[in-house]
Design a protein around this ligand. Structure first.
Ligand code: ARG
Length: 565
């Protein structure tokens, strides 16, 4: 249920009754409980336009405000704020609807759009690194979220599978003449070895260069080697996806090489449009106000990262028909995306009405604030990092009683992976992020473990209750009121998170919800002797709706819940 919209509608009606022809601003959540549930501060903005005192305008609005439906009380505050209280009966009935509804009363979009989410994008020549981890986690969440809200999401994994380094790598793969999956287990090492050969041996280096030309000209043998290399390399990435539980599959792969045939057309089309210029032998687009041109073809005829992205933009807009294209990529590439987006629009590769966005994220740092590396300065292998997360999670729960070893193992996976994901999603994505095991695996604070614990705690209530839940939701006290309002905010939160592509709005919300529930539960026992039957039924429903909301929220973040913890 779009809560704000319902409140705004009530205010709109008051405007009409009061003969104020302006469009009212939207309400916002009250910052303190004593300010009510929501606040309206449009009266101040209006005072200039109408030449009236804001308090006068506010009281005029209040006089015309319907306080028998969505709202029950309104008060002027300060220079002309209006504090608004939601009607407890109305929120109770809305919670009942949500409790009965599979989608928790979150509407599916009436006008869904086709959205491309470009995420993960590992490079096949190198080990997948932590930057790809962030992209994979944030991208998958965004894709889940938009899907849940009803958009048609097309996941695209723009893997780096083309470039001169592949000549060296496949020459080395051929030389190894063994099952590539063994020597390629450690891609970083494989790369180092190949590079070592390349630097030390002229004949090998010549062969590597020859192979570059050969793959580019479609030589069957070289292409086969290349394909084998890509398959194994991609297989490693898929192990990571699998551990993470992200939904990327082979069919989502639209590799850089997929656009090879389109690259020459990109350049010639830019030429025809008259926006191409030669500079030092290279083909460039100079954008107004930009010092650095976008190079689309080098002097030697080679194409670049930007050329491929232009081809991909066109494919996504024209072939896939996307109306929104979101790139979940490291913030350090923001210059690149700004430029290719502009070129794509100027060249007409992407229609004006298509929304192009770079969902940038910051760098992952270690506790000392340095970019995340292994002790000897190498890239941290993601698979190792995830295994470590599961091991550490096991440590956290190993003393729990009543679990078999198998169960602990399964639980550790859910908790460990959940912790890595949640910690990443819970920060403002654009900030750099300090990776901290202790913090992410804590039962306290805004962590996945805290959320999973809150969920399990509610499930334990239901294990102790056997009976049928019936009757209405009754809002008895302020905490109950606040919990119900919080539950009803869910859709607004998801909408905002989708709009801004910021998963941390969801985590912040879930944390507030779980904390509020814990307080509510301490103050308002449910199954305790002496609790009035109708109250018990009502609170059970609120508890259940809280659990379902947590579960749904975590599901969007790609995190599982457990019934017991
Ligand atoms: N392979 C790139 C990298 O590792 C990421 C690809 C992002 N997507 C894109 N369409 N450029 O930096």
């Amino acid at each position: 249920m779009k809560l704000k919209q319902s409140i705004n509608k009530t205010i709109q009606q008051a405007f009409e009754k009061a003969n104020i022809s302006e469009i009212p601003m939207s309400v916002s959540e009250a910052t303190k409980p004593e300010f009510g549930d929501y606040q309206f501060n449009g009266a101040m903005a209006l005072s200039k336009k109408l030449g009236k005192n804001p308090r006068e305008i506010a009281s005029n609005i209040i006089e015309n405000l319907d306080l028998t439906g969505v709202l029950s009380k309104a008060e002027i505050a300060g220079p002309g704020f209006i504090n608004l209280w939601l009607n407890s009966e109305w929120i109770a009935s809305q919670c009942e609807v949500a409790e009965q509804d599979e989608r928790l009363n979150v509407q599916s979009k009436e006008n869904p759009v086709k959205v491309v989410v470009d995420y993960s994008g590992p490079n096949m020549a190198k080990q997948m690194h932590v930057g790809h981890l962030r992209s994979t986690i944030i991208g998958d969440t965004l894709a889940n979220l938009l899907t849940f809200l009803g958009d048609e999401v097309i996941r695209q994994n723009h893997i780096g599978d083309w470039g001169t380094q592949f000549g060296m790598l496949i020459a080395y793969l051929e030389e190894m003449d063994e099952d590539g999956s063994v020597s390629l287990k450690d891609l970083e090492q494989f790369y180092k070895n190949a590079k070592g050969r390349f630097d030390a041996d002229e004949t090998f280096a010549d062969k590597a260069r020859e192979y570059v030309v050969k793959i580019q000209s479609g030589d069957t043998h070289c292409l086969e080697l290349w394909q084998k290399f890509i398959d194994i390399s991609l297989g490693h990435c898929e192990e990571v996806y699998d551990k993470l539980g992200v939904k990327l599959t082979r069919k989502d792969v639209r590799a850089e090489s997929f656009y090879n045939d389109a690259l020459a057309h990109v350049v010639s089309d830019l030429q025809t449009k008259g926006i191409l210029q030669e500079s030092n032998g290279a083909q460039c687009v100079f954008l107004e106000g930009d010092d650095v041109p976008v190079i689309v073809q080098k002097g030697d005829g080679g194409y670049l990262y930007a050329t491929t992205d232009l081809a991909a933009l066109r494919y996504r807009a024209k072939e896939l028909g996307a109306k929104r294209i979101s790139y979940v990529v490291d913030a350090r590439q923001s210059g690149h995306f700004k430029q290719v987006f502009r070129v794509a629009k100027e060249a007409g590769f992407v229609p004006e009405d298509v929304k192009l966005e770079h969902i940038a994220f910051g760098t992952m740092m270690d506790k000392g604030g340095k970019p995340f590396k292994t002790r000897d300065g190498g890239t941290v292998k993601l698979i190792d990092l995830l295994d470590e997360a599961v091991e550490k999670a096991k440590d956290t729960i190993k003393d729990k009683e009543g679990y078999s070893e198998e169960e602990i193992k399964a639980l550790a996976k859910i908790i460990g992976i959940g912790a890595v994901k949640y910690a990443d999603l819970a920060i403002n994505r654009e900030s750099n992020y300090i990776f901290n095991w202790d913090k992410m695996l804590s039962f306290e604070g805004n962590t996945s473990l805290y959320m999973q614990y809150a969920y399990a705690r509610i499930q334990s209530i239901f294990r102790r209750f056997d009976g049928e839940i019936k009757g209405n939701i009754i809002i008895g006290d302020t905490l109950e009121h606040r919990l119900a309002v919080m539950l009803l905010r869910f859709e607004d939160v998801l909408d905002r998170a989708a709009e801004d592509a910021s998963p941390n709005q969801i985590t912040t919300y879930l944390y507030e919800l779980a904390t509020l529930f814990m307080r509510f539960y301490e103050q308002n026992p449910i199954l305790k002797e002496g609790v009035d039957e109708a109250m018990k039924m009502s609170r059970l429903q609120l508890a259940d709706l809280t659990a379902k909301t947590i579960k749904q929220g975590l599901d969007i973040l790609g995190i599982q819940v457990v019934d017991r913890l």
